[in-house]
Design a protein around this ligand. Structure first.
Ligand code: AHG
Ligand code: MN
Ligand code: MN
Length: 335
């Protein structure tokens, strides 16, 4: 490891040297993603000046109105990845079907180009989430090739466009954070070996959905809210940014539990968040930092995906808290 400041490119070379099992082109792909992230960060930082705020007429495959920045970020990522020959196939939250790169490549890249889009117009942190899998080398990618369990991710991470732009990712050997330095145009290593404390006194959930929750989730949150004088024996605090990236980033920095659980608001949707673009990559990063990702009933990284835009319940963060919520689900289901 070079002494002093470590640039993203230096860190990646060092990781490849230390871990011969890593795919030799993985570093180049992370650098390409970092390039796209820089472009997206620049647009976001210009806000209204760049005319990028607001919505479009269009809806994505999930029936959600697209923001201009959802589409622009998606285009930047697709263009970056398609200009090279590292990624054979691309799947995005914003596109109905995966996109094949005619030049081929060793990887599949799945992403949520702009996470937390309801926050764009109010100048609150948003992000980009990505998951990388190995592609089938024998033929160009077909839909089933994308439907791999989260365990098979060879890398995953996110960019957060906050007061500082950061890139946080894991190559399967821990979770590491880099901060973008505008003056040099470089991502600099600032958060080596991120560790999520196993216990926490902070939860993140949209409590406006409380009446739709299942009993184990209500039980857990009610116990947190009752605090010191109840079974938990300590007071809890609550945060909800409504950008998964920002909420999970806070948890990586200081612990906590993030929940977008199953609810009965719309029985056709088993959850709000998407398995392939949000739950899997964020669970990977969280587990690589010593945390846990669960639906309440199953480890997220073990789920066999059924469809590319599948939604699932998400409960992730500090290990002991996630395990407690799982235990409440077991007790409930047994009764
Ligand atoms: P996206 O902007 O990619 O659609 O994702 C938004 C997600 C997630 O970032 C956040 O945790 C959640 O939606 C917020 O949902 P509510 O508005 O229901 O709180
Ligand atoms: Mn999202
Ligand atoms: Mn999105």
């Amino acid at each position: 490891m070079p002494a002093g400041r470590i640039k993203l490119s230096e860190y990646l070379s060092q990781q490849l040297a230390e871990h011969p099992s890593l795919h030799r082109d993985l570093g180049k792909l992370v650098l390409d993603l970092a390039k796209a992230v820089q472009e997206i960060a620049l647009l976001i930082s210009q806000g209204a000046l760049a005319g990028v705020l607001g919505s479009l007429e269009s809806q994505n495959v999930q029936g959600e109105t697209q923001k201009k920045l959802d589409v622009l970020s998606d285009e930047i990522l697709i263009q970056t990845l398609r200009s090279g020959s590292l990624v054979a196939g691309i799947a995005s939250e914003e596109n109905d079907e995966p996109i094949t790169n005619p030049k081929g490549g060793s990887f599949l890249c799945l992403f949520d180009p702009l996470d937390g889009s309801s926050n764009i117009d109010v100048n609150v942190s948003v992000g980009t989430i990505f998951a990388i899998y190995e592609a089938n080398q024998q033929r160009s990618p077909e839909l089933p090739d994308y439907l791999q369990t989260g365990r098979k991710q060879i890398a995953a991470g996110y960019a957060i466009y906050g007061p500082a732009t950061m890139l946080v990712f894991s190559l399967g050997n821990g979770t590491t954070g880099f901060t973008f330095e505008a003056a040099s145009g470089e991502f600099i290593l600032t958060h080596p070996k991120i560790q999520i404390p196993a216990d926490t006194s902070e939860f993140a959930i949209n409590t406006s959905n409380e009446r739709f929750w299942e009993e184990p989730v209500s039980r857990y949150i009610n116990e947190c809210k009752k605090g010191k004088t109840d079974v938990r024996g300590r007071d809890f605090n609550m945060r909800w940014i409504a950008s998964m990236v920002a909420d999970v980033h806070r948890i990586l920095m200081r612990g906590g539990i993030f929940m977008y659980p199953k609810d009965n608001k719309d029985p056709s949707k088993p959850g709000r968040l998407r398995l392939m673009y949000e739950a899997n990559p964020m669970s990977f990063v969280v587990e690589q930092a010593g945390g846990l990702g669960s639906t309440g009933r199953q480890r997220i990284l073990d789920i066999k995906p059924e469809s590319i835009h599948q939604r699932i319940p998400v409960i992730l963060g500090s290990k002991n808290e996630v395990e407690r919520v799982e235990q409440y689900h077991r007790e409930h289901d047994r009764a």
